[in-house]
Ligand binder design. Structure first.
Ligand code: R5P
Length: 310
């Protein structure tokens, strides 16, 4: 089967960089938008190909998701030999359980839709929940960008501590901590609304220590803002860096983070990020990671060290 990198519209520079790393040409999927808002993609000839469909489902999440589903269906109907959805940022992953009566489990609905669209396999990077693998009816490869980000963070100042801004990020923080050989502290956070959180306590020794705050994603910036405040309120050194795999940076996130006493905010190009939106923002690429994974899968080789640690 021939290897084909098919780019949706969500992050064409990332698809281009992946294709370059694999020494192939990306095929941009054409996208027609009807006056009523319906999307109509066209993938061109894919018969018999091993297709890797690059489409993170960041904002506008629902448009990018529908485009992904339609692209996968177009590949299936076009006779692709194998279809792998490469969705480095997987939207709706935060809706992995019902927080209150009357809610849906959004990540399950999206996973089912993706299976129904004809994708044979899914690749994600640092998904919000590793339960995604169990929710998906197709093989799901969960890569991690933590080694890439940890390399970009080094050298960290003496006495630094890795801070998880909530309990959900503790496992991720442990991975950073083991690579950077640092201790871990964990903030106790309560989410009030989609854009407001409350955090006052921190478990771990933070006094006079520079903090490396890590998370899977930054959306409105509320979580990071609260973590920075807690760290400083508990005597942390005023030398804070932030690392998060996915920089959604919605709404006022850039100005919110820009106003904090943070040396820099490190993220990846899993989503199309406007680096000019925040002077402190540094972006490292996950294209080599994704290209490595795609190359191995195409050759039917194991992903080993590229995967999230169990
Ligand atoms: C939530 O548990 C996630 O891991 C992130 O901490 C959260 O989604 C970030 O969102 P925001 O930037 O809006 O606080």
């Amino acid at each position: 089967m021939g290897l084909r990198i098919l780019a949706g519209t969500a992050n064409r520079p990332l698809a281009d960089a992946i294709a370059r790393a694999l020494r192939t040409e990306p095929v941009p999927g054409e996208l027609e938008r009807f006056p009523d808002g319906e999307l109509r993609p066209n993938v061109g000839p894919v018969r018999g190909d091993d297709v890797y469909l690059v489409q993170p489902t960041g904002p506008p999440v629902s448009d990018h998701l529908i485009e992904l589903l339609l692209l996968a269906d177009a590949c299936r109907r076009g006779g692709a030999g194998r279809i792998t959805a490469v969705v480095p940022y997987f939207g709706y992953a935060r809706q992995d359980r019902r927080g209150r009566a009357g809610e849906a489990v959004g990540s399950r609905v999206v996973a089912d839709a993706l299976c129904g669209s004809g994708a044979h396999r899914l690749i994600v990077v640092d998904p919000h929940t590793t339960a995604l693998e169990a929710m998906c009816g197709i093989p799901t490869e969960m890569l991690t960008a933590v080694p890439v980000l940890a390399r970009a963070l080094a050298p960290v100042p003496d006495g630094a501590v890795v801070v998880a801004p909530d309990l959900g990020a503790a496992k991720l923080a442990e991975h950073y901590a083991s690579l950077l050989r640092l201790p871990v502290a964990v903030v106790r956070k309560t989410r009030l609304t989609g854009s407001a959180v409350q955090a006052e306590e921190i478990a771990g020794d933070i006094a006079d220590r520079p903090a490396v705050i890590v998370d899977d994603m930054i959306s409105t910036g509320a979580t990071i803002e609260a973590a920075v405040r807690v760290v400083l309120a508990h005597g942390g050194a005023p030398d804070v860096v932030v690392a998060a795999t996915h920089g959604l940076l919605v709404g006022a996130a850039a100005s919110r983070l820009g106003s904090l006493a943070v040396r820099h905010v490190l993220t990846t190009d899993s989503l199309a990020v406007d680096q000019a939106s925040m002077p402190a923002l540094r972006v490292v690429s996950v294209a080599p990671l994704l290209a490595d994974a795609i190359g191995r899968l195409h050759r039917d080789q194991p992903l080993g060290d590229l995967l999230i640690r169990a």
